[in-house]
Write a protein that binds this ligand. Sequence first.
Ligand code: S6P
Ligand code: ZN
Length: 194
Amino acid sequence: MSTPRDQLSLSQPSVSVVPDTGHIRSDRIETSVRTIADLHGVFADEAARSSIDQDQIVYHVERYQPVPDGTSGGLFFGTSFLQPGTVGGEYFMTKGHFHARPETAEYYWCVAGEGALILMDSDRSARAEFMQPGSLHYIPGYTAHRLANTGSTPLIVGACWPADAGHDYASIARDGFSVRLVQGEHGPVLVSAD
Ligand code: S6P
Ligand code: ZN
């Protein structure tokens, strides 16, 4: 016969992720929004970008950051919502970045929509992976990463990265990616940008 033990109470987690939409439910979510105006210099066709409604939202990110930015050993969680669209034949995409601590890795996984994850090493060698619901993408250290939406619905992508990874946007703002994802006759085509 077992001896009686103290009963410990279980609690509800303070954060959840809506399965089909990727939205994060918590009272401490941080959200950032990027409009067409924010993406100056990102697309090859700057004239086309400047002719679009500058207030149009291209993507937004919901982030759950349970520890202070920069905490060694901590993890952040986020969902990116990238709208469908093109600028001069180039698919809507995120700014893209290396991590400020370049050795840090990250996981992406696709919740909904279709698109591509564009990856570039520090020697500018680039590649891209298709994204579809359920696809999981390991982004190694020293690798710039950018999402592109090739579909007609929002591309929704979950992410988990180290709390001390930080973001290096300056390298991409200065040098760009070495490839661009453009509309081809039969679908997306990765072309050289260098
Ligand atoms: C953070 C992670 C994502 C991106 C988001 C927006 O390390 O990679 O949450 O921040 O996809 O992209 P970007 O390039 O504008 O930060
Ligand atoms: Zn990242």
